[in-house]
Design a protein around this ligand. Structure first.
Ligand SMILES: [Zn+2]
Length: 364
């Protein structure tokens, strides 16, 4: 009996222990379960709150949408300016968002997530900018691809017979003068040759300029004595006489005579067929021009643009490009501009030669 009582007590003790253990386990499970459920709920609440916050923010709504909705579309690649503007807007919005986040952030996790979104945004902005960069690189690649071609053409140009290149004949009337030296300096800078149609009184007044022209290989031509149409064109004899007198002055200074002549204001309308025959009989070659720079009229840099328009118009014509210029201060000042244009457009500057067929206006 004792034994049975002891056994019974022992059994009861075990049962109590088992119940206690179960109870403890259940309690622990309930506590953990409640804590876990609460935690999930809390997380969900935070997530929801955060989503709402995001919705309120303009950048999070616009930017990722605008970034993802049309990246790399044909339309966008056609509008780089618009794209840059969007990127700039996105940048500004992100900055605003950063400021806003500082105020809003109640939960640290929320901030972390916002930061993540910002990072994503920045990445998106980078992505957005990328096509632009690629474009530039493409341009450069294109340039690089073109470079050898340009180089080739340049090499080709050097190899081409000089007679196949475009030629321009610059002609300066009414000199020599106090600007002759400046004109010669510029011609030398461009390794250019030109032709000077000079007046007898000026040849005698600026003999050193004439000598320099001659020494530097410029062509020397005649322009008469009076430069007065009434005197010059009075008869065919007066025309020849003025040219002869001019030629004597040139010979006096340089020891050379010239056959190249240009009559004052050009051959039209004064140089009638009889006048033209007369000068030809005396061994002169009458030269007019194909491009009037009107430098004498503009007296400003405008003559350069005016000339360039005419040069462009003449590119597909067979006549030689003979430009009429004058020894004037304003002409000298803008001369480099004109020569730069001609140089870039592969013109070579040559002087008029007696062997050439003269350009003459048609006089009826
Ligand atoms: Zn003149």
């Amino acid at each position: 009996m004792r034994e049975s009582i002891g056994e019974a007590r022992q059994k009861a003790g075990k049962r109590e222990a088992a119940v206690l253990l179960v109870l403890t386990l259940v309690t622990l499970f309930v506590i953990f379960g409640t804590w876990h459920v609460n935690k999930i709920k809390a997380n969900e609440a935070m997530g929801k709150q955060h989503k709402e916050e995001i919705k309120k923010k303009p950048y999070s709504q616009k930017t990722p949408a605008s970034l993802s909705s049309h990246p790399k579309t044909a339309n966008e690649s056609k509008k780089p300016k618009e794209k840059t503007a969007t990127a700039a807007n996105a940048g500004t919005e992100i900055q605003i968002a950063k400021k806003t986040t500082a105020h809003i952030s109640t939960a640290t996790q929320s901030q972390k997530e916002t930061n993540n979104i910002q990072e994503k945004n920045e990445t998106s902005v980078k992505k957005l900018k990328t096509p632009k960069r690629i474009k530039i690189e493409n341009k450069e690649t294109k340039k690089a691809a073109m470079a050898p071609a340009v180089h080739k053409s340049e090499t080709k140009q050097k190899q081409i017979d000089p007679s196949e290149r475009k030629t321009v004949y610059l002609t300066f009337d009414d000199g020599p003068s106090h600007v002759s030296g400046g004109i010669l300096d510029i011609l030398n800078q461009f390794q250019a040759k030109a032709t000077f149609f000079m007046l007898e009184p000026n040849i005698l007044r600026f003999p050193e300029a004439v000598k320099r022209m001659d020494q530097e290989g410029q062509a020397l031509g005649l322009h008469g004595v009076s430069h007065d149409p009434k005197k010059f064109y009075r008869t065919k004899e007066t025309v020849v006489q003025e040219m002869d007198q001019d030629n004597l002055a040139l010979q006096k200074i340089t020891g050379k005579k010239s056959v190249l002549i240009r009559t004052p204001y050009g051959s039209a309308p004064y140089m009638k067929p009889a006048y033209q025959d007369a000068v030809r009989e005396h061994g002169y070659q009458l030269w007019d021009w194909t491009i009037d720079s009107k430098d004498w009229s503009f007296r400003s840099p405008q003559y350069v643009e005016y000339s360039i328009v005419q040069i462009k118009n003449m590119e597909h014509r067979k006549e030689p490009v003979v430009i009429l210029l004058h020894e004037r201060k304003e002409t000298l000042e803008s001369l480099p501009k004109l020569l730069e244009y001609l140089m870039k457009n592969r013109y070579q500057f040559k002087r008029i030669e007696p062997a050439m067929k003269p350009v003459t206006f048609h006089v009826s």
